[in-house]
Design a protein around this ligand. Structure first.
Ligand code: ADP
Length: 638
């Protein structure tokens, strides 16, 4: 991560520096190169053109000189002997002339003097020869170049003698002298100058060309370009033509070509670009070198700058990391005197502030923890006190109920004896009062029994009598006990009991009490319609529902009907009497079996209580006095 960041900064700096330097240098270099290229080209062309023009002038001058010398032998007055002497003299004076021949006015060869041999001419007829015909017609005729022994160029000058029917002097000129004329015009060390005839054959060249005379050079691109350009321009334009091309060795060259006056030859001055453009190539190297140097310097500068940036930034990052990891007393030391130092300062101040708030936070947390511990202890204490108080209360209730029940049973027993007339016939008024005494006594007994049950359960003293039971007989027992009540109110009481119920395991008497309470409530609160009991078993669980068509229980009361002494607060309930303990006890008894009672209801449509009960109740957790449980239940409230 850090290295990557460092590379990023490094790359950015180096990239910026290199990019900038290279851009400036490249633009500058490109401009300089363009200028230099044009200047170099122009200078080379200028030099070559001057040389070519000078060479052409020299050659043409030389040929003019030869013509002038020949003209000297064509005086009209000379006789045959005189002419022979003149010819011999001319051969001596002008070494480039190989042979001289005189043709008379009718085209017959008269005289022939050769540098190599003097011979009689016979009387060869030149009447139709261009040397004769053209010279007579134009006074001077310059013939095409021929090659002796393939490599020695020569050409013919034919000149008419002055006077009527005076004949013609024909001179064979050896052109090897051209080499000495053209050689001084070579350019540079590798450049060369050469002369081509109209067919592009090499007549002469400076030594650097290293090509045998007579070679065909007309196909070289620079020769073709120059020839084409010369053909297009007006004949009056007699300046050199520059052209790029390629020499026989395949090197690129720049050439200047110039037609040679008096002939149809070309002189070319040519130089390989490698030499001609040497200054230009040197410049390219120099600029390239400069760019490389700049890149090196830029990379170095980038590295140094990145280092200078990266080291403090790293210190900053490491410090921030440490502070972030919780070392709030850590301080970052960066002494760069710039924004990074300012940033480090900010970090340090932040760390200080964090340190302070953290310390105070810790104190606060500590105080709060202490407070919390105190509260917890107080709460625990209170809880203990409460549970002790609750135990005392339950104990008190248990004792009191027991103490109350004994005299109340006695009161009820005597009242019954009285009512049965055991103590003599009572007047009707007394019988009526006696019945009210009995009713109130029974209600009181029920209440006492319920309170006793509840307090026993709460004190953990109620222990189930575990035994095998048949759910069918439990329900049939409940139906039998409540049937008369239902009939009295005109309600249909039905029980739908599944045939294949397994035998249950639990406290049959307590379960009967539970169902009696639920079915009793259903009958008590229902004015018309029916009460249906359904019993079945699913997955090791008995499911018993008691459905009525009573007033229903409002959602807000559905949980609370299971609380002790809770009765739904309306006039109907009040009228029905009851203690508000039945469902609380029922739910606790079912819970002791490991089951639960659920309630669904719709106001005005009825209620359904569902008892879910394990077929095999959980084994009793604590052993208690089953005897007392039995005795306490001497008279259950229907
Ligand atoms: P109670 O001795 O008053 O019946 P319970 O604990 O058995 O005490 O019932 C608590 C209250 O729940 C009742 O007073 C009554 O308001 C309501 N309740 C119970 N069963 C029904 C029912 N089937 N239909 C309507 N209300 C009922």
């Amino acid at each position: 991560m850090r290295t990557r960041r460092r590379g990023g900064l490094f790359g950015k700096y180096v990239g910026t520096f290199v990019g900038f330097a290279v851009f400036v240098l490249a633009v500058n270099g490109a401009l300089e190169l363009a200028f230099t290229y044009r200047e170099t080209t122009a200078a080379v062309i200028k030099l070559e053109s001057e040389k070519a023009e000078a060479a052409a002038a020299r050659i043409s001058q030389q040929i003019a000189e030869i013509e002038r010398q020949i003209a000297w032998t064509t005086r009209a007055s000379a006789g045959p002997e005189q002419r022979r002497a003149d010819y011999v003299l001319l051969l001596q004076q002008v070494p480039t002339i190989d042979e001289l021949m005189q043709i008379d006015g009718r085209g017959k060869a008269l005289l022939r003097v050769s540098r190599f041999a003097v011979e009689a001419t016979g009387d060869a007829d030149y009447a139709r020869d261009p040397r004769f015909v053209e010279a007579i017609a134009r006074r001077l005729w310059v013939g095409p170049v021929g090659f002796r022994n393939e490599v020695d160029p020569s050409f013919t000058i034919a000149m008419a003698h002055s006077g009527q029917q005076a004949g013609v002097t024909v001179a064979e000129i050896d052109l090897r002298f051209l080499r000495d004329l053209v050689a001084p015009f070579a350019v540079g060390e590798q450049g060369y100058a050469y002369v081509l005839d109209r067919r592009g054959r090499l007549l002469a060249a400076s030594d650097q060309l290293r090509t045998p005379r007579g070679s065909e050079l007309g196909g070289l691109p620079q020769v073709e370009t120059a020839a084409a350009e010369m053909a297009e321009r007006p004949a009056t334009d007699r300046s050199a033509v520059a052209a790029f091309g390629r020499d026989l060795a395949g090197r690129s060259v720049l050439a200047a070509a110039m037609p040679i006056p008096r002939t149809d030859w070309l002189v070319l001055v040519e130089q390989p670009l490698a030499e001609a453009f040497k200054p230009f190539y040197v410049l390219i190297l120099r600029i390239g070198g400069l760019i490389l140097l700049c890149i090196a310097v830029a990379v170095l500068a980038g590295v140094l700058l990145a280092r200078r940036m990266v080291v403090p930034i790293r210190a900053l990052a490491a410090g921030a990391e440490e502070i972030g990891a919780g070392a709030f007393d850590h301080r970052i030391t960066v002494k760069t005197g710039d924004e990074i130092e300012a940033l480090a300062g900010s970090f340090n101040r932040m760390a200080e502030q964090l340190d302070r708030s953290y310390t105070s936070l810790e104190q606060t947390v500590e105080e709060r923890t202490r407070d919390l511990a105190r509260s917890m202890r107080a709460l625990e204490e209170r809880g203990r006190e409460l549970s002790i108080a609750n135990e005392h209360k339950s104990q008190f209730f248990a004792n009191m109920s027991h103490e109350l029940r004994t005299p109340l049973n006695a009161v009820l027993g005597y009242a019954e004896l009285l009512a049965d007339g055991l103590y003599g016939e009572l007047p009707p008024k007394a019988v009526e009062v006696l019945e009210r005494v009995q009713a109130n006594g029974r209600h009181l007994l029920g209440l006492i029994n319920d309170v006793l049950d509840l307090s026993k359960i709460e004190a953990g003293q109620l222990v189930l009598a575990h035994d095998t039971y048949a759910l069918r007989s439990v329900i049939e027992q409940v139906v039998a006990s409540t049937e008369s009540l239902a009939r009295a109110k005109g309600l249909a009481l039905t029980a739908e009991i599944a045939d294949d119920l397994p035998l249950g395991h639990g406290d049959e008497r307590r379960l009967t009490q539970v169902f009696l309470n639920i079915v009793g409530n259903a009958i008590k609160f229902t004015e018309q319609g029916a009460v249906v009991i359904r019993a079945g078993a699913v997955d090791g669980t008995f499911v018993v529902t008691v459905q009525d068509t009573g007033p229903g229980i409002a959602p807000e009361d559905r949980a609370r009907v299971f609380e002790e002494f809770h009765q739904v607060d309306n006039s109907t309930t009040r009228q029905k009497g009851g203690t508000g303990l039945g469902l609380a006890i029922a739910r606790r008894l079912v819970a002791l079996h490991g089951g639960d009672i659920r309630l669904t209801s719709e106001l005005g449509a009825g209620s359904t209580f569902t008892v879910v009960l394990p077929v095999h109740a959980a084994a009793p957790a604590t052993a208690g006095s089953g005897q007392e449980a039995d005795a306490a239940h001497a008279g259950a409230t229907p």
